[in-house]
Write a protein that binds this ligand. Structure first.
Ligand SMILES: Nc1ncnc2c1ncn2[C@@H]1O[C@H](COP(=O)(O)OP(=O)(O)OP(=O)(O)O)[C@@H](O)[C@H]1O
Length: 334
């Protein structure tokens, strides 16, 4: 494909792998050991790939090579089937949304100006930018009328994170890179931001590479998880289910943690399992079918009941699940 037409190829492509690492190694100048070594993996279009691993294992380096903030020493990265070196780093970064933990909002610009940064660089007209900014603020749960003219310092940490995500989405890039975007907020806000993020992703279906230290966050958000180990090599690249049920090595098993049966339970919803017929009396705890097996276990432990009733969307009782049934399911999961 000629160089000039590659700009469009990023957004027009509807193939399988949106991002592909081919034998990528990065050795920083003056370092003896590579920060990232011989990485090869593919991120399919529309999926969330989470990079996770201990501190210093090369997560940020890996992510920043995608938008050429860092250049590999060896190997190549394809985007939409084309090497990412086909267009300039600046051009590439305009097409790839980037949200980081430090948020990086411009302190002396309003929220609207911050969110509109890339559209105004792309010289969209003012009305189009205004509409887009309002749409994005709504998308991330901030009332445009209340927030567009405020300054970053007037927002809470969680609100600033949302603005960071809105800004990364502004030019509707097909790819988003997110480096611990929810890292700097308290656990409750973090969980809410994760839930909102998953809901937004259902609509926008971006190809997302997401960096985190937190394996629970990786399991919750990832369609696929790349577990890196020290020296920047790939320990496992797989679905959360497979990482929990079949860790490829001792390193992965210990990184995922001894409580991986519980984590597996949190991935399975009651509506996905075979239930017993409704049993017992009306005093049993009731859970909606969207609740997870882990929720059911917590409910049993909290109430002392060995069975819960599962409600369907219309509030009727769909069936029941016993502690023994749950044990059998978790045995299968473990
Ligand atoms: N600009 C740089 N020059 C030299 N070495 C670097 C540079 N940036 C990172 N490194 C080294 O490369 C390795 C990987 O760093 P990187 O930031 O990619 O890891 P990380 O997994 O994102 O870490 P953390 O989870 O602590 O943020 C580390 O050993 C780090 O010290």
């Amino acid at each position: 494909m000629p160089r000039s037409s590659c700009q469009g190829c990023i957004s027009e492509r509807t193939g399988d792998a949106m991002i592909e690492f081919r034998g990528v190694t990065k050795t920083y100048p003056g370092s003896e050991r590579p920060a990232v070594e011989n990485l090869s993996f593919e991120v399919p279009e529309g999926e969330i790939c989470v990079l996770v691993g201990p501190s210093g294992c090369g997560k940020t380096t890996t992510m920043r090579m995608i938008n050429r903030l860092i250049e590999p020493t060896e190997g190549e990265i394809l985007i939409g089937g084309e090497p990412n070196t086909r267009i300039s780093g600046t051009e590439l970064r305009r097409k790839i949304g980037y949200a980081i933990q430090q948020i990086g909002l411009f302190p002396h610009r309003t929220i609207a100006e911050n969110v509109g940064t890339v559209p105004s660089l792309l010289e969209w007209d003012r009305e189009r930018i205004r509409r887009r900014v309002d749409e994005l603020l709504e998308l991330v749960g901030l009332d445009p009328a209340g927030f567009r003219d405020r300054y970053p310092a007037e927002l809470s940490g969680g609100q600033q994170q949302r603005v960071g995500v809105a800004r990364a989405l502004a030019a509707d890039p097909p790819i988003m890179l997110m480096d611990e975007p929810f890292g700097a907020v308290d656990p409750i806000t973090r969980e809410r931001l994760q839930d909102e993020f998953l809901k937004i992703q259902q609509d926008i279906k971006k190809t997302i590479v997401f960096v985190t230290h937190d394996i629970d966050e990786a399991i919750k958000l990832g369609d696929r998880i790349a577990i890196l180990k020290e020296g920047g090599t790939l320990a496992q690249y797989d679905s959360p289910e497979n990482i929990l049920t079949s860790p490829a090595s001792e390193f992965v098993a210990s990184f995922v943690g001894a409580d991986r049966v519980l984590k597996r339970l949190s991935l399975t919803r009651l509506e996905e399992v075979e239930l017993d017929p409704p049993r017992g009396n009306g005093g049993l705890p009731r859970l909606p079918e969207q609740a997870s097996l882990k929720d059911a276990l917590s409910e049993m432990i909290g109430s002392g009941a060995e069975r819960v009733l599962v409600l369907s969307g219309d509030g009727g009782v769909r069936g029941s699940l016993s502690l023994d049934g749950l044990r059998r399911l978790s045995g299968r999961a473990g």
